[in-house]
Write a protein that binds this ligand. Structure first.
Ligand code: NAD
Length: 257
């Protein structure tokens, strides 16, 4: 694809105030020349991420949205995609996780996890599809997790939601395959971000790193590089796929307690 085609792309990245999403938004803007909606419920974080992109020479617009507010989401999405128009690339990255034993899992947090990690991505894809189909080109990248592929103690809602996101990826992929729109997922292993620090507590690096064949946590850049590939024309014939970016974690089959 030529640079001029890239420059016409509009991308929407959720959870882009922090961690993986922030890095994905930055690289889409600076490496691919996309105009990026930096979407997050954290208004200050989204503004800061968008400012950082603009100061580095990219184009970005912060948009504040709470993806747990499912009922308001279709209206919110229409309002938030005014500046650059509807997105050609959607990265469903926002996600929430808590570590709670399955037997005691509270239903309110289960419902919120499903809303943010599964229902909101579905609504974002539905929002973007008419434009993508009309254009005959679109890219959806859903950030799932290795927890959607294998079990981990305390991950009842999170793991179930990420497995659902992987299934959702396949379902959409086959139904839009003829329209030039690809739908893929990435399953990150442990990535050093605020989320993994909050879920794993102090000393997370040493306890987990020994279980990763590459003996290190992933970085937001590791995930952003995979997103950029799946969001580009270089992956034209790949759809319905879930790409593990995990330093060999899934391949090793170690047990996480
Ligand atoms: P993070 O906590 O650093 O960032 C998540 C962002 O999502 C935050 O900016 C937060 O404000 C936003 N967010 C949360 N709930 C929201 C809501 N209701 N509405 C709008 N925005 C909301 O997390 P991260 O580690 O960068 O994770 C990003 C994605 O990667 C998540 O989907 C996560 O499940 C997935 N993932 C992370 C890891 C890891 O080890 N960090 C591993 C596998 C998968």
């Amino acid at each position: 694809m030529s640079t001029s085609q890239h420059n016409e792309r509009v991308a929407l990245v959720t959870g882009a105030a922090s961690g993986i999403g922030r890095q994905v938004a930055l690289q889409l803007a600076l490496q691919e020349g996309a105009r990026v909606y930096v979407a997050d419920r954290d208004a200050a974080g989204a503004a800061d991420a968008a400012d950082a992109i603009c100061q580095a020479g990219g184009r970005a617009q912060a948009v504040v949205v709470d993806l747990a507010e499912i009922a308001n989401l279709p209206d919110a999405l229409r309002a938030m995609t005014n500046t650059y128009g509807p997105p050609d690339i959607v990265v469903n990255n926002a996600g929430i996780a808590r570590t709670i034993p399955a037997a005691d899992y509270p239903v309110d947090h289960w419902n919120t996890t499903m809303a943010v990690n599964v229902t909101a991505p579905m609504l974002l894809i539905q929002h973007a599809l008419p434009h993508m189909r009309k254009k005959g080109w679109g890219r959806i990248v859903n950030i799932a997790s290795i927890s959607g592929v294998r079990a981990g103690t305390g991950r009842l809602a999170y793991g179930t939601s990420k497995a659902a996101l992987i299934a959702l990826t396949r379902q959409f992929a086959i139904e839009v395959a003829e329209s030039g729109v690809t739908v893929n997922a990435i399953a990150p292993g442990p990535i050093d971000t605020p989320m993994v620090r909050s879920v794993s507590g102090n000393g997370h690096q040493s306890s987990y790193a020994d279980m990763i064949p590459m003996r290190r946590f992933g970085t937001p850049e590791d995930i952003a590089e995979a997103v950029l590939f799946l969001a580009s024309a270089r992956s034209d014939y790949i759809t319905g796929h879930t790409l593990a970016v995990d330093g060999g974690f899934l391949a090793s089959g170690v047990l996480v307690r």
